[in-house]
Design a protein around this ligand. Structure first.
Ligand SMILES: Nc1ncnc2c1ncn2[C@@H]1O[C@H](COP(=O)(O)OP(=O)(O)OP(=O)(O)O)[C@@H](O)[C@H]1O
Ligand SMILES: NC(=O)c1ccc[n+]([C@@H]2O[C@H](COP(=O)(O)O)[C@@H](O)[C@H]2O)c1
Length: 358
């Protein structure tokens, strides 16, 4: 019988999951997203999940409360230490500027494709990036990389000027979305209200999280800055790292000068351990994605954050700000429950309110 199950799972289409976000700091819920999604696919016997990738966004995303990429990468490494299948990709943070999520998916998908299709005797192990799941070449069939996210990220597709329609279409059509519900979110209705998402809804896997946990990075930052406890809301090692480095205006009772120099040592050790994760650009596998000029930061100022076409108030406000991540804060400037007639969901409202305070 178990032989039959193994045989069946051997035949299943393979998927890898990538979560893009700030991870400032990574919370246990970020890790849970992966576990929930893998259970969903594997218990239904529809797919084999070959790996999970956490891709923190670039420093120039500019969202309030974004710790330096080096620290976010170090914290993700610590948070993922107990997992044997969720790994950090620091490709995004090492790009010259913020990359749109579409480009992040392209890069990782193309790397997977090239890796699976290249001859076995090529690419010595030390050159492989740290995020690459092991054992992928046991089979030659393709691996589809899907974007794993919470329902609030899905709902951010409707923030004017934040996501280009063509990016959304490409992400959903070519990769697929795996969306985990958040309290108060209504992703079914959101998908129904969107023509693009409805068109590709067979590529959207909506998963109800029956054990919701509304811990969020912004909530953790707020508690830390007030000197309140976040124990059991964060991995202990992540919390120790934050205290040692004095991130997020953590109240001074946590910090001593004696621990500060560890910052450099820890990160140097982290970078040394991971230097094989980054190859010089010239050595990177051929990419089919757009070149760097695709990044909004390379485009004219008037297009910096304006993936959409409208010249709405929010877009104008965005233009005077240094990073696309500030779009969420810009929404709070409007102080309205609706933006251009768009009803904001409860989780988004809560999230926006939190971001404003932290
Ligand atoms: N409690 C949660 N439930 C479901 N999804 C979550 C939860 N927390 C984070 N996510 C998802 O994790 C991904 C990474 O998000 P991000 O790093 O922005 O986390 P966040 O905790 O929501 O951050 P912030 O509070 O700073 O906005 C997103 O897809 C987000 O929807
Ligand atoms: N147009 C885009 O590709 C686009 C727009 C906004 C956010 N994102 C990404 O979404 C992720 C989550 O961002 P927030 O934490 O601001 O919700 C980040 O990785 C960010 O880079 C992508």
């Amino acid at each position: 019988m178990s032989g039959f199950i193994e045989e069946k799972s051997f035949m299943l289409p393979r998927v890898a999951l990538i979560a893009c976000g700030c991870f400032s700091p990574p919370t246990p819920m970020h890790m849970r997203l992966f576990e929930i999604a893998r259970d969903y696919f594997e218990l239904r016997g529809t797919h084999k999940v070959v790996g999970g990738i956490i891709s923190p966004t670039h420093d120039s995303y500019g969202k309030k409360g974004l710790a330096p990429a080096l620290d976010r990468c170090a914290m993700i490494k610590l948070a993922a230490q107990s997992s044997n299948w969720i790994r950090l990709s620091d490709w995004e943070v090492h790009q010259p500027q913020w990359m749109r999520t579409k480009a992040v998916l392209h890069y990782h998908q193309n790397y997977l494709n090239n890796y699976i299709n290249s001859p076995y005797d090529e690419e010595p192990n030390e050159l492989l990036p740290g995020w690459l799941p092991p054992g992928l070449r046991e089979r030659r069939d393709p691996i589809r990389l899907k974007l794993l996210c919470g329902a609030d990220l899905l709902e951010s597709f409707a923030v004017p000027g934040l996501w280009a329609d063509e990016d959304i279409e490409e992400i959903v059509a070519n990769h697929g979305l795996v969306v985990i519900t958040r309290c108060g979110s209504n992703p079914e209705k959101f998908i129904f209200d969107s023509d693009i998402l409805t068109k590709y809804q067979q590529n959207i896997t909506l998963i109800t999280n029956w054990v919701p946990n509304e811990v969020s990075s912004s909530l953790v930052r707020r508690l830390l800055s007030r000197g309140e406890s976040v124990k059991y809301l964060l991995d202990d090692m992540v919390l120790n790292y934050i205290k040692r480095q004095g991130l997020y205006n953590v109240k001074s009772k946590y910090i001593t000068d004696a621990v500060r120099p560890d910052h450099l040592n820890f990160n140097r050790a982290y970078m040394d351990n991971n230097k094989n994760a980054i190859k010089p650009e010239s050595e990177q596998p051929e990419q089919l994605m757009e070149d760097e000029s695709d990044s909004p930061l390379r485009q004219q100022t008037a297009r910096v954050f304006c993936c959409g076409e409208s010249s709405r108030t929010s877009t104008k406000l965005l233009l005077s700000r240094p990073g696309p991540g500030q779009a969420v804060q810009v929404m709070t400037v409007q102080s309205k429950d609706t933006i251009d007639g768009l009803e904001q969901s409860q989780p988004k409202k809560q999230k926006i309110a939190k971001v404003q305070q932290v």
